[in-house]
Structure formats: C-alpha cells, structure tokens
Design a protein around this ligand. Sequence first.
Ligand code: G16
Length: 556
Amino acid sequence: MEGQPSMLLQAASAFHPPPGKKITYGTAGFRADATILSSTVFRAGVLAVLRSLKNGGAAVGLMITASHNPVGDNGVKIADPGGGMMAQSWEPFADALAGAATAEDFVEIVLVFAAKEEIPIGRLEKSEVLLARDSRPSGATLIEAAKMGIASVAGAVAIDMGILTTPQLHWMVRQRNRGWGSSEMDYFLQLSNSFRSLIELSGEEPMASGYDPVLLVDAANGVGGGKLKELVKLLGAGIEIHVRNCGEEGEGLLNEGVGADFVQKEKTIPHGFTAQDTGKRCASLDGDADRIVYFTIRANDENKVDLVDGDKILSLFALFISEHLAIIADADDEKEDKKTKKKTLGVVQTAYANGASTEFLREMGVAVALAPTGVKHLHAMAAQYDVGIYFEANGHGTVLFAPGFLTKLQDLANLCSGTMREKAARTLLAVSEVVNQAVGDALSGMLLAEVILWHRGWSMQDWASLYQDLPSRQLKVKVANRNAVSTTESETRVVDPPGLQDAIDAETAKYNAGRSFVRPSGTEDVVRVYAEASTQAAADALAASVALHVSHYLSA
Ligand code: G16
C-alpha cells in the first residue's frame, strides 16, 4: 500500500478496538468508559476529516466529552459545518468505522466509503477540524488520539481550541464557516451584548417586581462553571450570579450528586446547596454545559427541590416569543400564512415532556411536534418553522430562527422606526443573538430565561405556576442487552420484545391519567422507564411495575 492508504494503516495500527465490546454511535455520539475509547476517538478523528472533505473543506467540530455521564466515562460528539450534530445519514458509517476489527478493515471501510461518496481523500484538499474537550482528566490523552486520526489524512488540519463547553465548540464551528468571529471572546461578547440589549429593550423593571437579581448556579463540577464566571464579568449590573460546583479542590466529582441530570431525575438538592438557599432561584448545568434546569429548595423538606425543567423553560420562551410575534404580525402576514400554510412559531418536545406542558402550549395556540429523544431529532424539526423552539425535559434546547425570517425582522425594524413593532422586531433579533442557534446551550439559555423573568417581574413561583406538572417518575433498568428494545411512534410504543408493550398498556390502564413508555438509552447502558400519573405515589408505582416488566422481558 502506498500514499494515503499506507498513512491511514500505519496510524490506525497503533490503536486497537476493545476486544468483545461494541462501541456504537448513540444519542449524541460515542460514549463509553474512557479507558477503552482511544481507538474510537482516533477513528472519529478520521470521520471528522471525511465530513469536512465531503463539505468542501468547511470546518467540522470534534468534542471530547461524556456530558452527563460519570467522570470515568468519556466520548465524542461531532459538529457538522452548520454547527448542529453530525448528519444522521452518516451514523451507520460511524458505527462501521468504530466497529472495524482490525486496522486493515478500518482502512478498507474508509476507502470504500470515500469512493462511494466521492470524497477526495488523499488529494491534499483542504479540510479542517476544530477540536475541544471538557474538563474530564481522560480528555487530555484522548484528544491526542483524535489529532493522530486527523493527521492520518493528507492535508487535514486540526485546530485545538482547548477546554470548552460543547455548545461553545458548536457555536465556533457555525461562526467560522460563516466567516464570522469565532473566538471564545467573540462568544462571550455576543452573549453578553445581546443580553444587555434585551434588558435595554425591555425598558424599566415592572413595578412590584418579584424578580430576585440573585441566581445560584450548580455547575456540576464540570467545564461550565469557569466559563460562566468569565461570562458574568461582562454582564453588567442587574444580575448577580453565584457559581458553585466548578470542579475546584474540595468541591466533589463531576456529575456526582450534582448537575442538571441529577437534579432533574432525582429532584434532590445538589451538593454545595443547603437549606439556607431555600426559596432562592437556582439552576443546574450538566458536565459539558449543554443542559440547564432551574429549581428552588423546598421549605421544610430539606432534601427535595421544586423543579423547573426544560418543559417550563420552553413554555417561558414560547410565551415571550409569541407575545412579540403577535406585536409584529399584521393582516398581510396572516394572509400569507394561510396561503403557504407555514406556521411562524412551532415547538418540539419528546415523549418525556410532561403532559401538562404540552397541554399548556397547545392552549396557547402553539403548534407542538413530537420527536424521538436526541437533540439531532428535535433540531431538525424545529428548523422547519420561522421560529422553532425545541426542548427536552432534561434541559437540552434552544430557539432557531430561519434566515429569511431574520431578514424580515431586520427590514421591519428599519421600516417601523419608533413604533412598538420596531421594538418587538429588535427584541426578537436580540433573542436570536443571545441563544446559541447551533445547539442547546446552558449559558445562553440561562441568559434568555433571566431576561424574560426580569422583563415580566417574575419570581420562581410565578414561573413554576405557569402550569402544574403531572407527577412523574423516571427509572433506569440495567439489562443484558438494552438494544433488544426497539420502539416506534417517537419512542412511545415498544415493538420489540413482543409482549412488552401489552404489559405496559395493562399497567398504565390501572392509573388515572397514567402514561408510561420505555426506550433504550443511547448514552448509558440502561433501559429508561418513564411514568406519569395523577399522584406521585401512582407515578412511582406505575414506573416500578413497568421496570419489573422490562427486567422480566429482557432477562437472559
Ligand atoms: C444526550 C443528548 C440528549 C439526550 C441525552 C439522554 O445528552 O444530547 O438529546 O436527551 O443524551 O439520552 P439517552 O436517554 O439516550 O441516554 P448529553 O447531555 O448526555 O449529551
């Protein structure tokens, strides 16, 4: 073998896939115990270069992170040139690459795929991969494996952006490919400037405002804490953010008893927070800061929190945005909408969305679509609207603005100078800047939530009482092979193993307002169970009985 094939083979021969363990491309990329990941990460480096070559050399992102997983795990997320997750059509190829048993097999898979897809590998054509990692100790070695993968393709350039949050890297990829400023400082300035614009556009704080300028943030002992502290320096007066669980000496382990996943699933106070924080507005990020949930600590119930999850963040955003869309709408717009049947505002949720949130949004008159779990699914559906908001209950989400709609807003702002419509259009333009349109971003989502609460003069109680959540429970079931479960209808119905769905239906029928579904996790080695019912005891009982059926149907 000569040239490119030989370069690939030589480099790939230094990495061996873990024997007897299949690492697949899951909900958000590859994820596994960090000690068995180096071959997968090396191969993901090659994959990212091929993605770049396929897109004419545009920058692609490769993030080393395992997000909400324990500190011993790690993983890879790949950002496409637009800043979103890697195209799903490439996932089977990603699986084949990771699963190739030998270096020779790996090279053959690469070359066959490149020939089929007409990817100019080995011709020294421009290709670029932006790399970053979160704060996990294993990231330092793994990023070197990714660099070796990138270097094994002739002409490919790796740019190491250092330690970042996942959304920062996605944002940088999107910016760079548009020829816009893409440094970390550009990111902080865009968020802080648009935050301050939104505050100015909101005018005076409402009389008798219930908004408390103090916000306590649990940063999951991950990468988000330090980044948030940098951002806070640029926000100016009016908000006082205290960051805890930044992963500093004595603060504890990444994602252990802290962070958005813990708070949302356990509804329990994270480490670093005490009864003294009762009643304060608190928020939790996850390990790579692409999720956020809010909470307050319950009085007289020291361990428990009242959760304001992704569904309520989505509802808050939808209220604010639809209010502003209503101001700018005119008779012509309505006619046009009827003609094209295009909805201006739409929201996307998953089956995990609390039933009460979906009802609240529908009552608001907003179109609600259901997607399977995973930002990649929600993002694609939200992109079909002029303004699309997507959120998973676990706190992943953002707001997308169609490029044509942004132009329309800009024109309107210029035409209607001095009117309410101008102000509303400028507010929506600033919203499009404060949110990270590449992917859900805890820091940017937090700024938008804060602006809206400030604008409405709302306390956490005001926000929480938008609607009353139906009691729910989530459980994880460890099984021999989670992939023996397959689902349909946006993960709400089980197809395999046969009989399991009937058992779930029979259990659900026993409960008032009961709803339950199960699905294999794409990030952890478990089957997830979700149950909702009219009381907490009933939701707990339904989840427990469905979990037993899962264990039974998947045993042996
Ligand atoms: C990732 C995905 C999310 C998904 C979550 C859990 O989040 O980006 O869209 O909700 O995994 O997925 P699963 O239920 O399949 O384990 P993160 O924050 O872990 O990257």
